[in-house]
Design a protein around this ligand. Sequence first.
Ligand code: ZN
Ligand code: ZN
Length: 261
Amino acid sequence: MSLTHLQIKELLDENRHHECEGYGTDGICVRIAAIGDLPSRFGQFHVVAFWNNRDGKEHAAFVHGDVCEAEDVPVRLHSECLTGDAICSLRCDCRDQLEAALKAIGQTDKGILLYLRQEGRGIGFLNKIRAYGLQDHGYDTVEANLALGFRDDERDYAVAAHMLASLKVKSVRLMTNNPRKINDLTAHGIKVTERIPLIIPPNPYNRFYLETKAAKSGHLIDFNGKEHLLEQIDRPIVDGMTPDQIAEMDSAQNNGNGAGQ
Ligand SMILES: [Zn+2]
Ligand SMILES: [Zn+2]
């Protein structure tokens, strides 16, 4: 069962003049601006376009099934990565994470992928590519990492929480590999009933995740010594990791907030 025409009309009517004091320290408020059908290779979705009062970015929700007033809805937060999501760049694994999440959501009766338009961990596309360029020219990656390390996690969760509230989701099962993220979303008023680990299948390009010795100071180095910058909030679990490897990854994320420090 997906959203009905009546539900869509109600959501749009309610949001047309929505105002609130906003979520988080920035007081961010969003409105559902438009909703359309979106059949995809991962199943039947609705795409929901959001307006917000703060950053001029047009965030999106990809909704599978009837999520309004629903409990325990699987939810994944994904940050935009043009190079990874659209072009399948191998400098990051954003595309793998996106596909794994959409596939998992498409196979259940309902779920939501929030697509947050914050390229390069919120620093923007231009600065992200600057960081890439610095690395390519042999700079020590500290500078590049610093550039990508600046992100406003708090705002991510404020936006995400309001988007879920606008969709009238009652409680969520958060698809994340980082238990700390449950608290972040809860702090913004969303009831999280469970954590679902996001597990992606191994391939030649994410094999380096399986090398625990590569997980140093919160970022990862592959077999050729090339550093991979983390662009998503949390790192995937690759199918085949041992419990020890997963635990080590969790502790790196909780200490380092997922970014190079
Ligand atoms: Zn609001
Ligand atoms: Zn990426």
